[in-house]
Design a protein around this ligand. Structure first.
Ligand code: B12
Ligand code: SF4
Length: 438
């Protein structure tokens, strides 16, 4: 059994969230003859608020007590996703599994992992439980101590999970086949159906930005064969899924040999798809021709990673973008036919020593470029230079939460941030009105 647990947080929006890592594992297990049951707490469920046709929307929130570590945050804490009773019913309806594999997302969502494992224990007692995914990989010691799982599988863990399945069942599969990411099967999207699918065309990122954990999750940068990605898109379309969200950290790297051939196929085959890039794109790679391919192939949500307009901070944090590159990318995208409402730029707030005046200037700059500002609050991740500067080791992962972290910086900071959020909102609405996208 594979379980995608709830999100426990103050806020959660379904921006095309799919447990693609867990579904990759499900596909590998199935390929080796294992029967797989998926329990997905974040699948579309009754009670989801205003779901959009593309599947994004608000999860159902069940208010639950705030953990003591974040009691000072003046917001209601909740369990997002499937209500508890249908979850329990799904476990009760399933045959006792030989092994339960639990996935994990953001480090600070670990209380949802803990609760899911408690429910598994309540149902089946000492059944073997292994935990993998992002929290397990970034905070393995914490997970060993608090999750309640018997095993913590760090990293991609496709091979390790197969070995474990063989060990507990006595079956013999071929774990060694899955050492290289290029050998992993495409995620079994059909086991956790949604109106959209997350698409991964590459793992890892060659950059080393000081606030990012990409290298801890996937140390090597590996791109999948374009033909394999095209086949996965085709299979999604065959199931009636036409909203596809790229999860890549570096989607546009070597675009001429990677993304462009994929998009060319999509266009040549006349596929009607809508591509979304909830994760930011590298502006420097958006040449006039890449922008045109994106437009023609059906990109409808385009997010650029800008983070800050301060050139020194751009350099010191990893040099992934310059202002010139950003302006040029916007120019190329507009020339290719994208409208203001379709372009957004991520702006980071709360980096160590980053004044809010810098954030405000960045917001104003982005709006002047005719682009929607998307404020992203810093999430201090252990094992990254900025995360380790911001929080002492062994801090409760609840403090990695981008909603919680500003409260550590004081009431004045929180209020000033609120003013900037208002500025973002007004500027974005003004842009939408000007371009008729409202
Ligand atoms: C896509 C993405 C998003 C998307 C969708 C999120 C989602 N899918 O949950 C969007 C854009 C919405 C998003 C938003 C944010 N994100 Co984000 N996101 C990612 C990204 C790029 C990919 C995650 C993903 O799904 N990968 C795909 C799968 C294939 O990979 P995987 O999950 O790592 O799984 C592998 C293994 O872990 C394993 N595995 C997975 N599941 C399981 C289960 C078992 C049982 C086993 C054995 C193995 C296993 O198998 C996979 C094969 O390699 C990661 C970076 C990264 N490279 O992973 C950041 C990342 C997870 N995000 C991060 C951050 C900071 C954020 C934001 C806070 C940014 C901000 N400041 O606003 C927001 C918060 C959103 C929220 N509160 O809801 C951080 C993590 C922070 C943390 N403390 O945990 C990451 C790591 C990026 C970073 N900066 O370092 N994000
Ligand atoms: S470019 Fe993006 S994914 Fe790569 S290290 Fe920097 S922030 Fe992380």
């Amino acid at each position: 059994m594979l379980i995608n647990p709830w999100i426990h947080d103050f806020a959660a929006y379904n921006l095309w969230i799919e447990p693609v890592g867990m579904l990759t594992l499900a596909a590998a297990l199935s390929e080796n003859g294992y029967g797989v049951t998926v329990v997905d707490c974040l699948a579309p469920h009754p009670g989801m608020l205003r779901p959009r046709p593309d599947g994004s929307g608000k999860f159902l929130k069940t208010v639950i007590p705030k953990p003591a570590a974040v009691a000072m945050v003046p917001r209601r804490y909740g369990r997002y996703g499937l209500p508890l009773e249908p979850f329990k019913a799904a476990l009760a309806a399933a045959p006792r599994p030989d092994l339960v594999l639990v996935a994990s997302g953001m480090t600070y969502w670990y209380p949802g992992v803990v609760e899911a494992i408690q429910q598994v224990r309540a149902q089946w007692g000492a059944v073997p439980v292994a935990l993998g995914g992002i929290y397990a990989t970034l905070c393995p010691d914490h997970a060993r101590q608090y999750s309640g799982a018997n095993e913590i599988l760090v990293g991609p863990a496709v091979e390790a999970a197969l070995r474990l399945a063989d060990q507990v069942t006595g079956s013999r599969s071929e774990p060694e086949r899955y050492q290289a990411p290029s050998a992993w099967p495409p995620p079994a999207h059909e086991l956790a159906p949604r109106p959209f699918a997350g698409l991964i065309t590459s793992w890892g990122c060659p950059y080393r930005c000081t606030y990012c954990a990409s290298h801890r999750l996937h140390p090597d940068f590996v791109q999948r064969e374009p033909a394999v990605v095209v086949a996965e898109i085709g299979a999604c379309l065959a199931r009636g899924v036409r909203h596809l969200a790229f999860y890549d950290d570096a989607l546009l790297l070597h675009a001429e040999h990677h993304l462009v051939p994929i998009l060319r196929e999509v266009i040549d085959r006349g596929w009607q798809v809508s591509f979304h890039t909830p994760n930011g794109l590298h502006a420097g790679a958006i040449t006039p021709s890449v922008a045109l391919w994106m437009r023609q192939a059906g990109f409808v949500t385009v997010r650029l990673s800008l983070e800050t307009i301060d050139p020194a901070r751009q350099r010191h944090t990893g040099g992934k973008v310059t202002l010139d590159q950003f302006e040029q990318a916007v120019w190329n995208l507009r020339a290719a036919g994208f409208r203001a409402g379709e372009l957004g730029a991520y702006i980071l707030a709360g980096l160590p020593d980053q004044p809010l005046s810098e954030v405000e200037e960045t917001v104003r700059f982005v709006h002047r470029c005719g682009v929607q500002a998307k404020l992203a609050l810093f999430s201090p991740i252990p094992g990254t230079p900025d995360g380790d500067r911001a929080l002492p080791p062994q801090t409760d992962p609840l403090w990695h939460n981008d909603t919680v972290y500003p409260y550590r910086l004081g009431e004045e900071y929180v209020q000033e941030l609120q003013r900037i959020k208002q500025l973002v909102k007004e500027g974005n609405e003004r842009l939408k009105r000007q371009t008729g996208d409202a």
